[in-house]
Design a protein around this ligand. Sequence first.
Ligand SMILES: [Zn+2]
Length: 436
Amino acid sequence: MFFKMLLHYHYAGSDPAIYCRLDHFTLCPFHRDSDNQDDNDPLRSKLLLVFMSSLMSLFTHCPMCKENSPGRLRRTMGTFVEIDQNCKHCGFQRSWQNQPLIDKTPAGNLLLSAGIVFAGTSPTKVLRVLKSINCYTITTRTFLNHQKKFLQPAIKTVWTKNRNNIVQKLKETNKHKELVFGGDGRCDSPGHCAKYGSYTIQDLTINKVLDVQFVQSNEVPSSVHMENEGLVRCVQFLESENLVMKTIVTDRHTQINKWLKENQEHVDHRFDVWHLAKNSVPALKLNKVVSQKAFVRDVKKMSPSQQTYGVEVYHSIVNQFAPKMYAYSYTGIYCRLILAALHYNENSGRKHAKTSTGQLQYTVKFPKAKKGGHVVRRVNTAATYEYVTELLTETLRLCENNVDEEPFDVPDPLSSRWEKPDKREAVALFRSRFNH
Ligand SMILES: [Zn+2]
């Protein structure tokens, strides 16, 4: 039965009517039982890599009169392929497509772009991999178009929903009046030029990221103000949601310290032990009295129980979604920060994994710094990616409905501060000066 199905599958084409005329009604993929309905759902359908020669071997003969009638590659569009077959002997015609279209967009192309973004990987690398093995693929331009039209708006929608759910839960359990937050900033540009900075706040009791704010250096007087501006925006978000911050644990950032003291006097501001230790060891080594004094003063503000370890974990996830070595656009990085937050929020409460016999699982590692010594770590249950399914569903919905919207307010680019010369004029000047 299975063999027969495979043998006849190539008669299917994209038009169910053709198949049914061919006296294989019982095997027609478009009339199969409900358990195979997923085949046409772009989200659930399995995809496969097919060699062109293998594919064309299905289009050698006319399915009607069985005479010789080779198929012809009519057009390609990224990963989309269309093959025509016109029989000279009996006039039979068919057109076969390797994937469904969602409002003119090939589903496979959109899924490829979505997969790249939602897995937080590099489009340049993935597309180069496909090109290097001669696989039909989309261009960077198509990718960027998908990203802007469908993927980034989908990220915004899913993130808003995720955050609303968390806020709702905090209010239901009456925790919203005395929240304990951990906050930390990150410089999000490659190299030393601080073009972008982000600030993240995390509720430390339920261990979820509640807000990520993103700042471009030209939005503030200078790049050193980015971290503080990020926190200010986070606080504005909390206020807009009627969430009351009781305690915030941060690193020893002077501007933030000052701002909180002046503007949020009801908030108990603490320094987290981890940052305090990290920043103070070099200071103590230098044996500077001033630093020691500051250290002693700050120790008094040390957080008694809540640490921002979670924020550190979030930032390590961000490093996977938006490595600093790659330069992304403003919205590009912001979206990747949000993806990291979605990943964190879904996986922050992972349980201790057990073996099939019910034993708790541990792993023993030998870090280089321990010089032969070992550390024992608990093994967590595997990460889940429900948020990716949610993002894909939203992406397809946007594409189906042809929704076109700017997802985020983007500040003017840094270069807008300077007047841009006309390219033709600039080139003419360059050529006249250097005789090119
Ligand atoms: Zn024919």
